[in-house]
Design a protein around this ligand. Sequence first.
Ligand SMILES: Cc1cc2nc3c(=O)[nH]c(=O)nc-3n(C[C@H](O)[C@H](O)[C@H](O)COP(=O)(O)OP(=O)(O)OC[C@H]3O[C@@H](n4cnc5c(N)ncnc54)[C@H](O)[C@@H]3O)c2cc1C
Length: 306
Amino acid sequence: MSENIIDVLIVGAGPAGLQAAVHAVRKKAGVKVFGRIEASSLYEAHVENYLCVSGVSAGADLLAVAREQARSFGADIINEDILSLEQKDNLFFVRTESDEFLTRSVILATGTSRKKLRVAGEKEFAGRGVSYCVDCDANFFRQARVAVVGNGSAAADGALTLLNYASEVFLLADKLDLAPDLATKLAASAVQVKETTVKEIVGKNAVESLLLTDGSKLELEGVFIELGAKGALELAVNIGVGLDMETMSHIETNKQMETNIQGIYAAGDIVGPPYQMAKAVGDGCVAGWYAANYANKLRRQEEAGS
Ligand SMILES: Cc1cc2nc3c(=O)[nH]c(=O)nc-3n(C[C@H](O)[C@H](O)[C@H](O)COP(=O)(O)OP(=O)(O)OC[C@H]3O[C@@H](n4cnc5c(N)ncnc54)[C@H](O)[C@@H]3O)c2cc1C
């Protein structure tokens, strides 16, 4: 585990997370940002309705500038995903793809997208063998044969978690892309990795098998679609962060962007609409500002007490 306690750990390198980093660093907090600009929903967008943008700007270019700006101010930006988040007294213990950290505060800025596979049977069997959340649904698949579909950290970590529940776990990944530590863990485990993906999900009342793109058939009871990184809701659900009661798909915050858990803040699309860059950076500014105040105060208390 890395020795130094971080002041503000930001989960997400989109507009909300990067703006939060800029404001937190300016308040003299130590800041680490985890996430990939390529995974931001802005990356493929073309923007003309954001203040100060003249004409049409590529989202990828805006993100690259924002990342360099946050870095130049002193934020440490790491191209890795967060795998889990736990509370440890008044600190938070965070596991990434290749390391572990303690932090005084966390800003969840992961955006909202829950990526679909878009294959036949997916919609039909959602909730009847098709799941998008290992941490939420693993327990329903005790002693079952299951597969996880995806090339990233959420799929690999999900498959490892499922070994504690299911009788047999397959990981279907046609282009596996993991940090070295997670890849080593996976290779040493009982997860059966198949270099293919899903063509169709088949069943009668519930999932019974998968037709794979390599032409084979896999009989099983459950398939977890975990494309990309673990979403904030999964990270949040495990630690008791409150959701918006109306939608149950957004994190609830106060005006300082703080959640019901002291020290955990949220910003951007994950907090709710409008899903726009202007709103995401506004949220990020507020979250970065207050998370840094909170963490700086906590650090001073620790120093006074030691
Ligand atoms: C096609 C399209 C066009 C759009 N056009 C416009 C437009 O013209 N104008 C406009 O204002 N808005 C537009 N938007 C919306 C805008 O892109 C979003 O509102 C904005 O990107 C939200 O920012 P965010 O920081 O909340 O989330 P995102 O930008 O989605 O960033 C999420 C970040 O979280 C990271 N992440 C996720 N999970 C983890 C994890 N477990 N660990 C670490 N990191 C994680 C990702 O790597 C990514 O860096 C468009 C969106 C789309 C999809």
